[in-house]
Structures are given as C-alpha cells and as structure tokens.
Write a protein that binds this ligand. Sequence first.
Ligand SMILES: Cc1cc2nc3c(=O)[nH]c(=O)nc-3n(C[C@H](O)[C@H](O)[C@H](O)COP(=O)(O)OP(=O)(O)OC[C@H]3O[C@@H](n4cnc5c(N)ncnc54)[C@H](O)[C@@H]3O)c2cc1C
Ligand code: SF4
Length: 340
Amino acid sequence: MLRLPKFEVKNPSTVEEAITMMSEIDGEARFLAGGTDLNPNMKHRLFTPERVVALGGIEELFGITQLEDGSLRIGAMTTLSEVSSHMELGAAYPALSQAASLVSGPQLRNMGTLGGNVMLETRCQWYNQTYFWRSALGFCMKKDGTKCHVIEGGSKCVAAASNDTAPALMTLGAELEFANASGRKRMPIADLWQADGIWNKKVPHTELLVAIHLPKPSADQRGAYGKLRDRGSIDFPLFGIAVRLDCDANGVIEDAALCAVALQARPWPLKKAPALLVGTKPGEDSFAAAVEAVAALAAKQCRPMPNIPGDHDYRHAMVPVYTKRALLAAANGDGPVHHV
Ligand SMILES: Cc1cc2nc3c(=O)[nH]c(=O)nc-3n(C[C@H](O)[C@H](O)[C@H](O)COP(=O)(O)OP(=O)(O)OC[C@H]3O[C@@H](n4cnc5c(N)ncnc54)[C@H](O)[C@@H]3O)c2cc1C
Ligand code: SF4
C-alpha cells in the first residue's frame, strides 16, 4: 500500500488567508483542490510538501455565474461534474463541457475541479511511478535525477500537458484570474504555458487560481472535443483535440480555433488551421476540403513522443482521424468524439 507522507493541513476561508498560509513557511506548500492528482503524486513522493492549503472552505472559489456582459465566470473549485452537466455552459461552450465530461471517471469528476485541471502537473510514463520504480531507473531530471528517458541526452523535460480542459479553454480564449501576495491579476490562458515539462506554467505554484472567465460566445458558436484513450471508462488522453467554429448568419465560418494536448509540455494550438477553415460552410464541398487540409496539417504539426503510455506511432496515426472527427462533430453539433 502506498502511504501519504506526513504534512500539515491548513483550512483558509478567504483567498487572502490562503495566500498568507501558502507563503508563511520556509518549506514547500501546495494548494489542495479535489486532491485527485495531488494525493497520488504525494504517495509517489513526487511532492512531499510540509503544508497543504486546502481550498474547500473558500466560498469565492465555487460556482458558475453568468455576468452582465455575457461572459461566464467559473470558480476554480467548481467540479468537473458541475462543468459538464451545466446546461447553459454546455450549449454555449460545447468543447469545454465535452472535455470536462471525458476527464477520468465519474467519481474523480465529482471530486476533481476545473482549477485543478488547469493547474495539473505534466505527465510522463517514466515519472508518474512509485519512488521504488523510479529509483530502479536512476530517476529522471523532473524529480530526483539528472537524465531524461524520453529524449536521450535531452536537456529539457518534455513531460506532457495531459489536462483535457486546457485545449478547450485555449480555443475559447479563456482568461485566468490569479491571486498572489501583491493582489489579483488576469491573464489569457494562452500566456500561462511554457515549454518546460518540469513546471509548464509561467505562474509559480504559490499563486492561487481564483476563477476562469469565458468571453461571451458568438451568436453561432460551435465546438467539440475529441479524445483518444486506452480505456473508454477512465484514462488520461493519449491525444486530445478541441475545436471552436464561429459561423455567421449564413452558416459560413468566420472564425475558428483548434488546440491539441498530450503531446509536449504545453497545449499545442494549430495556428494555421483557422486560415484553412474561414470562409467555408459546413455541409458544402469547401468545408469538406478544409477538413482534410486541417487533418493533414495536424498530422504534420502534432508529433506524439514516447513520454506517455501508448505507442507513439499509433497515437500519431490517430491525430488526423480525431482532428477530422472533432471538426465534423463541431460543425454538426455532435460530440464528444471518443470510443467507449
Ligand atoms: C485514475 C485517474 C485518471 C485521471 N484521468 C484524467 C484525465 O483523463 N484527464 C485529465 O485531465 N485528468 C485526469 N486525472 C487527473 C485529475 O483527476 C484531474 O486533472 C482533476 O481535474 C484534478 O483536479 P483536482 O481538483 O483534483 O486537483 P488537485 O489534485 O487538488 O490539484 C492538482 C494540482 O493543481 C494545483 N491546484 C489545484 N487547484 C488550484 C488552484 N485553485 N490554484 C492553484 N493551484 C491549484 C494543486 O496544488 C496541484 O498541484 C486523472 C486522475 C486519476 C487519479
Ligand atoms: S520527459 Fe519524462 S523522463 Fe524526461 S525528464 Fe521529463 S519526466 Fe523525466
């Protein structure tokens, strides 16, 4: 049996208290949301914080609220079950709703939060293992060691961003509200990531994600999420792709965004895809041709590595398949795309 290391638990009731409790000790401290990722990681001795600051008592972090300007505020402690079952959110932002519905399994979605999913650690098959397993391999540079088992001689960790909601939030242009010792700040989610698997965020782990803000959707915003995984019932993505399509009054695509995950340390936007899709109309030949072109682009730009389980050649072969299916699902108002 894997046991948790010893640590102290603090239970703040305000954001400000949480920030103070995080910063007032010399040793390491971690925020605890649903604990569905942090606890297994602590059992594997990937983290051994002296203090855990539990966020469950901070009212401000909960709930989904429609604001007057038409945007949506989702508190960081809102569970993935709440996100995936919220009717208005599902209608306005289908890719996010679908992505949340495919994270792990039902029990973990009842505990796991949207904030915890955004702030999720990167994953690697040589890292997400017990201390004993890792020690037999001589550890790796993300934790306790000096070398990388994915890229021999590599100087940078390429553990994969594996959070299903991240690419959906990227396509939606979400903004993140953080609190730190200096106050509050808001930043586009696209600015959160960096290409470093050891810590793939530009914000330190001592800053608290308070809320996720989604801009008002366009009048005809469509979307879908496609997820390749081993087990349909519960599994991290082997490849994930989110799609947003904005159509005008005639059904012609006037804006689009695609973003992939489970490749490298950060979510991977397909920047050249919108140019191929804009001006085409779902149901017409122009759209069918654009879908093929975007699928080919995805195959070129998304190169799975042996950083997470699953044969990476198979994962690569599935990239255009899932990209195409997700685009068609978005256009037709279907989805999510996955196997059961
Ligand atoms: C068997 C299994 C399968 C899983 N499958 C998937 C999957 O398919 N897809 C997927 O995306 N995830 C998966 N997960 C991971 C996890 O369940 C989800 O990512 C979940 O959303 C994490 O949220 P949480 O609230 O439990 O986060 P926690 O475990 O509480 O926290 C995760 C990290 O985020 C930090 N954090 C949490 N909240 C905040 C905040 N508000 N501000 C700053 N930092 C914060 C924590 O300090 C920690 O580092 C799986 C986990 C397990 C055990
Ligand atoms: S990619 Fe994997 S093996 Fe390489 S340093 Fe990162 S976690 Fe370790």
